[in-house]
Design a protein around this ligand. Structure first.
Ligand SMILES: Nc1ncnc2c1ncn2[C@@H]1O[C@H](COP(=O)(O)OP(=O)(O)OP(=O)(O)O)[C@@H](O)[C@H]1O
Length: 167
């Protein structure tokens, strides 16, 4: 018996997930049209015409996530505390860089999670759809894994310095 195959059948049953059939035909879309300019994306309502505008839209995305996503604000606050502690405890530059990377990893995934939620809501609206659930749950799972990793990394790098400071 193929072990991979039996595992892939058993796992969804274990967690009572309905796995959509991959053999179902994809719905036909007729959205593609030729771009006016060879370097322009054709299916976008608007394309940032210069670098400054790109930064502006990126900033708007970050502000949107900050305003609407409680988890983003929590991660940002914990990240700021971890970075503040790193500076206060004078940990090595490499340790500080690793902590910064793990913090930004969590924030980046939180932004991607927010983007995915918006696309899913745009597609299915307030309807329940099993694929929408899978997409949102997987994205939330990615953020959770990153957050746990960041916590472990920050603890491993900071706790020895805190112990030395306290005792
Ligand atoms: N259209 C939908 N169809 C099926 N399930 C959905 C749908 N929208 C949301 N859900 C379920 O509800 C959960 C919460 O949805 P929500 O949009 O708040 O995402 P979230 O990732 O939990 O949000 P946040 O990151 O803000 O905490 C999803 O993880 C998913 O299981």
């Amino acid at each position: 018996m193929n072990n991979d195959l039996s595992l892939s059948r058993a796992l969804p049953r274990l967690f009572s997930i309905q796995v959509p059939s991959l053999s179902e035909p994809m719905p036909e879309t007729n959205h593609f049209r030729e771009p006016d300019h060879p370097h322009q994306r054709s299916d976008s309502f608007q394309v940032a015409s210069n670098l400054l505008l790109s930064f502006k839209y990126a900033g708007q995305g970050i502000i949107y996530a900050f305003r609407t996503q409680r988890n983003f604000r929590i991660h940002l606050m914990i990240g700021a505390i971890a970075l503040g502690l790193s500076v206060y405890l004078q940990i090595s530059a490499i340790a500080c860089a690793v902590i910064s990377l793990t913090i930004s990893f969590v924030l980046v995934l939180e932004l991607l999670n927010t983007a995915l939620e918006a696309v899913v809501d745009l597609t299915v609206g307030r309807e329940f759809h099993q694929l929408a659930k899978i997409a949102k749950d997987c994205a939330a799972g990615a953020v959770l894994i990153a957050a746990i990793t960041a916590l472990v990394v920050a603890s491993v790098l900071l706790i020895p310095h805190i112990i030395i400071l306290v005792f």
